[in-house]
Design a protein around this ligand. Structure first.
Ligand SMILES: NCc1[nH]cc(CCC(=O)O)c1CC(=O)O
Length: 314
C-alpha cells in the first residue's frame, strides 16, 4: 500500500486556475525544501463561491466575505489540510481567528484585459453592445468610460467565458491577465487595459498562502516561499480595503508601485453605475499605514452622504 503524503496537505478550490495555483505551490515547496512532490497532497474543497457561481447569485452576493475561502479555512482548522492556497484578491480582509496569511507568491501581471472575438478594444464596441461581467468593479469601470454599454452577467472559467463570447452571450468581457497567464492562456487576451484607468482589484495577481495560526512548523515552511515586494504591495492594498470594508460596499480598485523601498498606493471607489468615482494616493514606506491612509482619504473625499447609499451593513 502507498503511504499517505507526509510533508503537507494543500487545500484548494477545484477550478482550473485554483488547481494550477495549488500545483505551483506544491512545486515551490518541493524545490525549496527538497521533498518529493508526491509527499505533498492537493485536496480539492468546494466553496460557497463555487456554488453561487454555478447558480444565479446576485453581483453583490459574489465576493461576499470569505465566500471563496470559508470551507478551506474550516478544513485547515479541523486539521484536514495544512495550507490554504488562494487568489489573494478573493481573501476577505478579516480571516477566522485561527487562520493567518503568511506568504504571498511573486505577483503576476496585475492588469485586467479586454477580451472579445469581434473587436480589438473597448472603444470599438458598438453603441449599446453587451459587456459580460459579474464583477461590480469591472461593471462600474466600464460604464465610467462607456455608459451606453449593457452589462450582462458573465461567469465560469476561462474556457466557458471564451465559448460564451463565441456564442454571442456578450460582445466583450474583462478578465485578469494573471489568471490567463497562470493557465497558459495569456495569448487569448485581446488587449491589456491601462491599470491607471481600470484599477485592478486589491491584491489582484497575487497568490496568498494561509496556515493555522498554531502550526509553527507549517508557518516556517510556507514563509520560506514569501516574495517580499509582493507581500509589501498586497499588504498595503489589503489595509486600504480593510478600511473601506468597514464602511461601504462600493467597487474598489487599487494600484501600488514599489521602487527603492518607496511605495505609492493609489485607490479608487466608484458608484455601481460608474458615474461617480473618488481617487486618492499616498507615498511612503509603511505599507499598512499607507493603505489605511488611502482608504480613510477615500472615505473623506466621498463624504458620509454619498457613502450612506453604499453602507456596509445594509
Ligand atoms: N474572482 C475570480 C478570480 N480570482 C482570481 C482571478 C484571477 C487571478 C488573480 O487575479 O490573481 C479571478 C478571475 C478573474 O478575475 O479574471
Amino acid at each position: 500500500m502507498q503511504s499517505p503524503p507526509s510533508f503537507a496537505r494543500i487545500g484548494t478550490r477545484g477550478s482550473p486556475l485554483a488547481l494550477a495555483q495549488a500545483r505551483l505551490v506544491r512545486r515551490l515547496l518541493s524545490q525549496t525544501h527538497g521533498v518529493a512532490e508526491d509527499d505533498i497532497a492537493i485536496e480539492v474543497i468546494s466553496t460557497g463561491g463555487d456554488r453561487s457561481q454555478a447558480s444565479n447569485a446576485s453581483l453583490i452576493e459574489i465576493g461576499g466575505k470569505g465566500l471563496f475561502t470559508k470551507e478551506i479555512d474550516d478544513a485547515m482548522l479541523s486539521g484536514r489540510v495544512d495550507i490554504g492556497v488562494h487568489s489573494a484578491k478573493d481573501v476577505a480582509t478579516r480571516l477566522p481567528e485561527g487562520i493567518r496569511l503568511v506568504a504571498f507568491l511573486e505577483r503576476e501581471d496585475v492588469r485586467d484585459a479586454f477580451m472579445s472575438v469581434k473587436v480589438q478594444s473597448l472603444d470599438h464596441l458598438g453603441e449599446r453592445a453587451k459587456f459580460g461581467t459579474s464583477s461590480i468593479r469591472r461593471a462600474a469601470q466600464v460604464l465610467r468610460v462607456r455608459p451606453d454599454l449593457v452589462i450582462v452577467p458573465f461567469r465560469g472559467n476561462v474556457g466557458t467565458r471564451l465559448q460564451k463570447l463565441i456564442d454571442g452571450v456578450a460582445d466583450g468581457t474583462m478578465l485578469a491577465m494573471a489568471g490567463l497567464n497562470r493557465l497558459g492562456e495569456g495569448h487569448r487576451a485581446t488587449a491589456p487595459l491601462d491599470p491607471e484607468i481600470f484599477m485592478p482589484a486589491p491584491a489582484q495577481g497575487a497568490i496568498g498562502l494561509a496556515v493555522r495560526r498554531d502550526d509553527a512548523r507549517m508557518t516556517a515552511l510556507v514563509e520560506a516561499l514569501d516574495h517580499a515586494p509582493t507581500s509589501i504591495t498586497v499588504t498595503a492594498e489589503r489595509a486600504m480595503l480593510a478600511v473601506l470594508d468597514g464602511s461601504c460596499r462600493t467597487p474598489v480598485g487599487a494600484l501600488t508601485s514599489l521602487s527603492n523601498g518607496t511605495l505609492t498606493v493609489k485607490g479608487q471607489i466608484l458608484s455601481l453605475d460608474g458615474k461617480t468615482a473618488f481617487d486618492s494616493a499616498a507615498t511612503g514606506t509603511d505599507p499598512e499605514a499607507l493603505g489605511r491612509q488611502v482608504g480613510e482619504d477615500l472615505i473623506a473625499r466621498a463624504g458620509t452622504e454619498w457613502l450612506a447609499q453604499w453602507a456596509a451593513n445594509s
